[in-house]
Design a protein around this ligand. Structure first.
Ligand code: AHG
Ligand code: MN
Ligand code: MN
Length: 337
């Protein structure tokens, strides 16, 4: 029989001896928020929570009610704990300062409260993505600069997947570990220790309807993944859910590549560097994979804005490097010439 390890036990066992416990407790706070959001997502069809809230977020997208709820739960569970100096959420235009009445802490929390929100009212998996950085400077209350840090400087990142079960997957830079929520006892239990992205990869994931808008390099790369045009690989199967967390999670466990490339009228792609690309890039590197914007590592990009978007290729290193090779050969050569 395997040992039963709760997330609390695992985090405590893995914290350094000199730790003050702030970081450990911040991870607990996130796990608690995950349970509250998971509870609501499973009730989404029961309570009158579906449909549009009527407000539009900074990305110009309609917010679902559950987005607003998830955003609020994370904020309210983390604002008063004394562990954070500032937060930023995909659903809010500006940084979220820690209210003056509460003491400030050493960490920065950046989150996408509900990813894949267009899938909420069709009962398809959705997720939450979180990133934790260290506050750049101890003296001041959190500032924008504290949120604008590159993925390489992450202290931890992870996601919660609200799927056929609820899973929390995270890394503090010492491997990637997955926990499954036992809804009866309300505990996350270690189910996937030391996740490594497997070889050979099985899947590629992309929204094919944009094929005509991609650059030549990306088009040729996708045809290569399909085993066409003198491709030297057998075709990968295609899987695309339209919820990044769910697509990423499947490919992490089965091997594969997810891409959301630039388009002619959307040069930066759709995904956000801070809330989506950097944390998932951090996780995939910890699992032996790689994340690129098509030209270089996503983790090395210095953010200049909270809601900055970036093209993304993420998965097995060999597949992502192949994307870079196609882009170098067909797109970058053309730009230089
Ligand atoms: P969000 O719901 O947080 O705004 O993110 C939606 C994203 C991501 O989850 C997914 O991979 C992508 O949108 C799907 O976009 P397309 O519908 O253009 O394929
Ligand atoms: Mn998202
Ligand atoms: Mn979102």
């Amino acid at each position: 029989m395997r040992k039963i390890v709760t997330i609390e036990r695992f985090i405590l066992d893995n914290q350094p001896a000199h730790a003050r416990g702030d970081f450990t407790n911040l991870l607990y706070d996130i796990a608690l928020a995950a349970k509250v959001i998971a509870h609501q997502t499973t009730r989404a069809g029961l309570v009158d929570i579906l449909g549009r809230a009527g407000s539009v977020n900074i990305q110009g997208e309609q917010q679902m009610k559950l987005d607003v709820f998830a955003d609020d739960v994370i904020f309210r569970l983390c604002d008063h704990t004394g562990r954070l100096c500032v937060m930023a959420s995909e659903e809010r235009e500006d940084i979220i300062p820690i209210p003056q009445e509460f003491s400030k802490g050493r960490y920065v929390l950046v989150y996408d409260p509900l990813d894949g929100s267009s899938n909420i009212d069709v009962n398809v998996s959705i997720g939450t993505i979180f990133s934790i950085y260290r506050c750049r400077e101890w003296e001041t209350r959190g500032r924008l600069e504290d949120c604008l840090q590159k993925g390489r400087d992450l202290v931890a990142a992870g996601y919660i997947l609200y799927g056929s079960s609820t899973m929390l997957v995270y890394s503090t830079g010492a491997g990637v570990h997955g926990f499954t929520l036992d809804p009866d006892v309300g505990e996350f239990l270690l189910s996937h220790p030391d996740i490594m992205i497997p070889e050979p990869p099985r899947y590629y994931s992309v929204n094919h309807s944009y094929f005509g808008r991609w650059t030549t390099g990306v088009q040729k790369y996708v045809r290569w993944l399909q085993g066409l045009d003198d491709s030297d690989v057998s075709p990968l199967s295609e899987r695309y859910i339209g919820s990044l967390v769910a697509d990423f999670h499947r490919n992490l466990l089965r091997g594969g590549v997810f891409l959301y490339p630039a388009e002619a009228n959307k040069l930066t792609g759709k995904l956000r560097l801070l809330y989506e690309a950097a944390p998932l890039g951090f996780l995939v590197e910890q699992a032996g994979g790689y994340a690129s914007d098509g030209r270089g590592p996503i983790l090395d990009i210095e953010p200049v804005g909270l809601h900055q978007r970036v093209p993304m290729f993420v998965g097995n290193r060999s597949l992502v490097e192949k994307a870079e090779a196609f882009i170098r050969e067909y797109d970058m050569a053309k730009e230089e010439g």
